[in-house]
Design a protein around this ligand. Structure first.
Ligand SMILES: [Zn+2]
Ligand SMILES: [Zn+2]
Length: 424
């Protein structure tokens, strides 16, 4: 029979590499906790309508990339392509506003988009992110940026760049769109096909086009930052003042608009030169209109999302991934049936004492068991043969210095706590 293989655009995280994922996740959990954000988990699938309304029907995600299907009950279902809409959906559904006027939440989640695997894009990928729901203060936008940067800093990642911009709100964005379209109309035929499609529904996205020719044309386009209403102008100034106060370096990129329709005012992107052309590792912004689009009351909110695979890729290029997981502390090597039974008792005891312990299950020779202990980088091996059983002791081999000694069963506890005293 043919071997069944994984679906293109999906990946397995194998035992030899998962420790780097766990390290990243541990840093995310601890940093979020320091910033007083609490984890939130939402279902893998939602009503398709949530994303159509939340992200916007005209975005690439909704129009081309969603994993949508009809279930057996004829409901339109979508595997979540991003986390912000589900979190706001849950926030509204559970009326979280009544628990706290400002909710600060974070997530680590798998997401799904039907992207082109030939281009190295994953169809199931992972993101972490945070959302602060219930305040429009620019200081909060700064906090989200600080939070994202703090996670990357704790991982040891260097050389990241922060770009910020404002995309205004309905008051100033609609008049600006008219000004922008007036500029674009006479030169539109020089833009790429995607841009020409964006002209009617979402002309702001033209500013975001990564194609060289479109970028050149955009250089003369009117900038939204020159057409802000006074509220948005103040907010953007305050954002920059508080970033300065927080000691954060940034640059203002007037062409940064981010892909999604729901952003208002602040947008930002953190990029790494270690990622090549698709160099964003994290993006975010304010989305004060999303809750209303989902049928809730006006609710100011700001958040970010960061790619976990991309973060790991940057860590890899900066030499921050470790080749091997933590070492095994004790390998118990029994010889013969009687010893094997006693080994079971000792493995149980050692694990209860908190030592990372394993043993042989394959009835291997001493030599093969020592090879296995080496492969697992065990710090010590407890040899247990007939002689040791009689004497009620182990022949202990300390693997790093090669010394071998007898330690009686009754002395094992004190011996181990002395040996590992620097690790605990
Ligand atoms: Zn273009
Ligand atoms: Zn405005």
């Amino acid at each position: 029979m043919n071997k069944i293989k994984r679906i293109k655009g999906t990946q397995d995280v194998l035992p030899g590499e998962v420790h780097n994922w766990q390290k990243l996740e541990a840093v995310i959990h601890s940093t979020m906790s320091i910033f007083n954000y609490r984890e939130m988990r939402t279902p893998v699938f939602e009503s398709t309508e949530l994303f159509a309304r939340g992200i916007g029907r005209l975005t690439d995600i909704v129009s081309k990339e969603m994993y949508s299907f009809e279930d057996r009950g004829k409901k339109q279902i979508t595997l979540k392509p991003e986390m912000t809409a589900p979190i706001i959906r849950a926030y509204l559904e559970h009326n979280l506003k009544t628990q706290a006027p400002l909710q600060k939440v974070y997530y680590i989640s798998s997401l799904f988009r039907q992207e082109n695997p030939q281009a190295g894009r994953l169809r199931q990928f992972n993101q972490f992110g945070a959302e602060a729901i219930g305040a429009d203060a620019a200081e909060l936008d700064t906090e989200l940026i600080q939070l994202a940067l703090a996670v990357f800093a704790k991982l040891g990642i260097e050389g990241l760049k922060l770009e910020i911009n404002t995309v205004g709100d309905t008051e100033c964005r609609e008049p600006y769109k008219i000004i922008l379209k007036e500029y674009l109309r006479p030169v539109l035929d020089q833009y790429c096909e995607d841009c020409r499609k964006r002209f009617d529904g979402n002309p702001l996205r033209i500013l975001d086009c990564k194609k060289e020719n479109c970028r050149t044309l955009n250089r003369n386009a009117p900038k939204l930052s020159d057409h802000l209403c006074s509220g948005c102008d103040e907010h953007f100034t305050k954002l920059q003042d508080t970033l300065r106060a927080g000691g954060i370096a940034w640059s203002h990129n007037p062409y940064l608009v981010r892909g999604l329709d729901y952003y208002t005012r602040t947008v930002f992107e953190i990029t790494s030169s270690d990622l090549g052309s698709q160099n964003a590792i994290c993006g975010g912004g304010r989305y004060d209109l999303l809750a209303e689009q989902l049928g809730g009351p006006p609710t100011a909110a700001v958040g970010f999302a960061a790619g976990i695979e991309r973060t790991l890729m940057v860590m890899g290029r900066q030499g921050l991934l470790s080749e091997q997981p933590g070492r095994l502390q004790v390998f118990v090597a029994p010889l013969g049936d009687a010893a094997a039974a006693v080994a079971t008792e000792w493995v149980t005891k050692l694990r209860a004492m908190g030592y990372r312990t394993d043993r042989d299950y394959l009835g291997r020779s001493v030599k093969a068991q020592m090879r296995e202990a080496n492969r697992q980088r065990a710090q010590m091996v407890f040899l247990l043969g007939d002689e040791e059983l009689k004497q009620k002791n182990f022949s202990v081999k300390e693997m790093d210095n090669g010394t071998q000694k007898s330690v009686s069963f009754s002395e094992i506890g004190p011996y181990l706590s002395d040996f590992f005293k620097h690790e605990k």
